[in-house]
Each structure stands twice: as C-alpha cells, then as structure tokens.
Design a protein around this ligand. Structure first.
Ligand code: PLP
Length: 494
C-alpha cells in the first residue's frame, strides 16, 4: 500500500517513508491511497484473538513494507508488558448499551500511550529503511499529556533522542512532575518562559530552520515528529476500535454485524478520525459522535459546515481538548471532498482563520457524524452522576463524552449500542474529579488530593501516578524563548 498527500495526490511514498517524514513537504498530511477492507468473517475470527494479534492483523494491512517479524516486534514491544490491563484497551459496560473503552491503561495513564508506545518502534524500523544510519531527534512542544507519553515511548529506544519543551506555567503540578522525573538515557525536558503557543512556535521554527538541519545532518542526526499528524500515531488508534467491537462480540453484548455508535472526546480530531477509518474499512459503525468542551469549534463545524478559529479560547478542566485548530480534520476533508478542496480550505484557514465547506460535503459529513459540547459545570455534574448512579469514576475528558452522548441519545432517540472512548485516568485530573465527587473545591495539595480521591471513591490510584512522589527530579531547567536552540544543541552535544 502506498501513501499520498492530502494536498498533492501526485505524491507517492511507502508507509516507512510516511512515518519517517511525519509531514509531507508541501504541508499536507500523509494518507493511504485506498483503505483496506475487513470482512465480517475476519472480524468474527479476531473476536477470539488477543490485542496483540488484532493489532498485527489491522496494522499489517497498512504497513505493507514492514516484514512480519518487524511488525511482531513493534507490536509486542508496545503492548505486551507496558499496560496494566491484559486486554490493553478493556471495555467496561456501565449501562445496557453503554460501553466505556478504557484507553488509559498505559504507563502515563492517558490515551496517548496507545499510539506513543508503538510509534518510536515503528519510527526506528521506518528510519532504518528510509534513512539508514541517521539518529532520530524528536522535539515535542506539549501542553501536558503528549510530552510525558512521548518521553515514556522513546525512553532508551536505540537510535533516538527526545527533548520536550513545556510552558512553565501551562501544565498541572502532576503533569510537570511526570515530565521532570522522567528516566532514560536519551531524554531531556525543559520548561520555557511563555505559554503553549510560544513552546509550539519555537519548536516549529527549530524544525524548519535550514542551518540547524545542516548542523544536525553534519552530526548524523535528523529531526522527526511524534505529534498526532504522523501516520504512525493514527494507524495504531484504528486497532482499538476493532478490538472494542471484537470484545463486545466475544462477550455476547452484540452479534457480529450489529451496528454500534462511537462517541469520542475530541481535540485534534485524531482519535475520532481513527474510528472513521475503521468504519470505512468495514467495521459496523453507524454514527461517530464528536464531543467537545467549551472550545466548541468542531461542534459548530460538524453542524453548520463553517470552521472558524477566530473565537475566544477557554482554559477548561479537560485541557487536552483545549484546541482551536484540529489538524487531523484535514484527513477527513480529503476523504470526503478530495485534495483540491482541501488545499483551498486550508489556505483560507491560514489567511482568514476560517472556511465553509459546500453543502454536498456537509451532507456527507453529517451522514456519519453527530456533534455536541458541554461546559465545565456540566462536566463535573456528569462525573458526580455517573459515579453516584453507576459507581463508575471517569475523568473530565471522558465525562464530556458521556454528557454529549446522553444528550445525543435523548434528542435523537437513537439507542444503538455505543462505545464511549475514555481517554485518561481520573487520577490524572484529581483536583477537578475530587471537586465533582465531593461537590466542593479541595484545598489539599495535588498528592493529598490523589489519596483523598482514592479514599472517597474506593478506586485505586494507578501505580505510575502514585509512585511519582518518590521519584527524583532530573530536569529543572527553564529557558527563554530565544534560548531554545542552545537547549537543543546542549542536549545533543553538538
Ligand atoms: C489528546 C487527548 C484528547 C484529544 O484527542 P484527539 O485525538 O486530539 O482528538 C482527549 N483526551 C485526552 C485525555 C487526551 O490526552
């Protein structure tokens, strides 16, 4: 299978090249030229298989220039021991027809692990084919979850180095501690004075600086990207939708061939796009319900056809969804409307901050997607309600999805069995979750809140978060925006 670009279909690259490059030179995203079909018989057979076999089966259809041995080693390395659930991504049923797909059983307790545990392995195999002998340097700007998940994924992976920048005042105390205590011989972390946009634009500038690229090349190194536009992050996310469906079949909750809906708490549109790919490949998904917090740019787009990033930005209690530009939406538009229109709309987005799709495109989008949003108070109310009524504790992001799903069900009467993606451990956002459960703000410090949340709810705090308290802080540096280049050179020793 070959890959092309959302903005130039004359481009043709292998899966290794798509993963090693990350983004196409003209600014488009790599997409498969066609989608592999999976039959119901094949799905029925996978229902009896474990996660590793399911992952090899689905990924093997996309990564056709990886050998079976290479794929086996990537998949096992990622999912065999690093997840606290044997099922990797288990499904919990909280009410008849309402199933929660838990994507937070990995080492950093957020769904980013599902992709970032395997991406470094795919990337080193891909680079071995596409750019032999070059050391890969990963630079990440993070607002929290991605940085830690990328550090854990790349930790001690031979042939790679990873450096993460985070805004000094833009991450939670727990997220900061997770990053600053990171272990591994090829990792570094630095705060930068500024906000997330400063960190991100600094990293983008370094990525595209010709002189820096030449300096790296002279030392046998090259930058690559671990962010969610890399195909190597998207493909592994398709797997867990097949896996969830297989689990429901294996547990007798649905029959193979029955339709399900999927509801996803959405930011950059990567997770829900993976579900759409699964649908296009033949997984019986009826509706994809896109859930947003107060940053409701996607709700507006999916219901009116106008994408407008010129709006107020809200810092919410579901911070991983505080996004105004959802990069992966471009891949959906490519599938539905083609590359000429993508080019036109993306250039309007760049110059005017908005675009409106034609009626035909909007109708096609609405045939598959529904959307809704909710504010922080409703998010907290739902955490409380689900805990009180179902004895299930969910995090703030998951709660947004549960809220939007309940509203969707009420307004449409659609009772199709539904899988709701749960994207983080509630202990990762203890302050907001504890406040929701107790009905009042707590003045405890972050760690005491974690302990209290465990006591109050009878849930156990995941070990990687509980153990943080005793970890040594390794990275305390904080640089100016103008000092980022030197941090990079120091870390690389060049
Ligand atoms: C990244 C993230 C999201 C958003 O996922 P996208 O693929 O960017 O839409 C939702 N919840 C959590 C906890 C996340 O870390």
């Amino acid at each position: 299978m070959n890959y092309t670009s959302t903005r130039d279909t004359s481009i043709k690259v292998t899966s290794s090249q798509a993963i090693a490059k990350g983004i196409s030179a003209e600014g488009g995203l790599f997409v498969p030229e066609s989608l592999p079909a999976v039959t119901l018989d094949e799905i029925a057979a996978l229902a009896n298989a474990d996660y590793i076999s399911r992952a090899k089966n689905i990924l093997g259809r996309f990564l056709t220039d990886f050998t079976a041995e290479e794929l086996d080693s990537c998949v096992r390395g990622a999912y065999e021991t690093g997840f606290s659930s044997e099922k990797v991504a288990p499904v919990e049923t909280i009410a008849e027809g309402t199933h929660i797909l838990e994507l937070f059983k990995g080492p950093t307790c957020a769904f980013k692990d599902m992709a970032l545990q395997i991406l470094p392995r795919l990337l080193t195999v891909a680079a071995g084919k596409a750019a032999k002998g070059t050391e890969i340097v990963i630079l990440v700007a993070t607002s929290g979850d991605t940085g830690k998940a990328a550090l854990e994924g790349f930790k001690d992976v031979p042939g790679t180095k990873i450096l993460v920048f985070y805004p000094s005042d833009g991450v939670s105390p727990m997220q900061k501690l997770q990053m600053c205590t990171q272990e591994g011989n090829n990792v570094a972390v630095s705060a930068i004075k500024g906000n997330f946009d400063d960190a991100q634009s600094g990293v983008k500038r370094i990525f595209t600086d010709k002189a820096i690229a030449e300096k790296l090349a002279a030392n046998g190194m090259a930058f690559s990207s671990a962010n969610s536009i890399n195909w190597g992050r998207l493909a592994p996310q398709i797997v867990y939708y097949f896996s969830a469906y297989c689990d429901l079949v294996a547990d007798g909750k649905i029959a193979c061939g029955d339709k399900i809906n999927v509801c996803v708490p959405t930011g950059n549109f990567g997770n829900i796009l993976a579900a759409y790919y699964a649908k296009m490949m033949g997984l019986p998904i009826e509706k994809l319900i896109c859930a947003s917090n107060s940053n409701s740019v996607l709700t507006e787009f999916l219901t009116t056809g106008t994408y407008n990033r010129n709006r107020q930005f809200y810092a919410t209690i579901s911070p991983s969804m505080d996004i105004l530009i959802s990069s992966n939406l471009e891949r959906l538009l490519y599938l539905i409307a083609g590359s000429d229109k993508v080019k036109e709309w993306m250039s309007q987005l760049a110059t005017e901050g908005k675009y409106t799709v034609d009626d035909e495109t909007l109708a096609k989008i609405k045939a598959s997607f529904a959307a809704g949003c909710c504010d922080d108070d409703t998010t907290k109310a739902t955490i409380n309600k689900v805990f009180t009524e179902k004895n299930y504790l969910c995090d703030t992001h998951t709660s947004v999805a549960v809220t939007v799903y309940e509203e969707y069900k009420k307004s449409t009467g659609d009772c199709t069995p539904t899988v709701i993606a749960s994207t983080a451990s509630p202990f990762k956002f203890s302050a907001a979750v504890l406040e929701a459960v107790e009905g009042k703000k707590s003045d405890l410090n972050e760690f005491d809140m974690v302990t209290k949340l465990a006591e109050v709810t009878g849930n156990e705090c995941p070990a990687p978060l509980a153990n943080l308290k005793d970890k040594k802080v390794r990275f305390e540096g904080c640089c100016e925006k103008s000092g980022m280049d030197d941090v990079v050179f120091n870390m690389l020793g060049i």
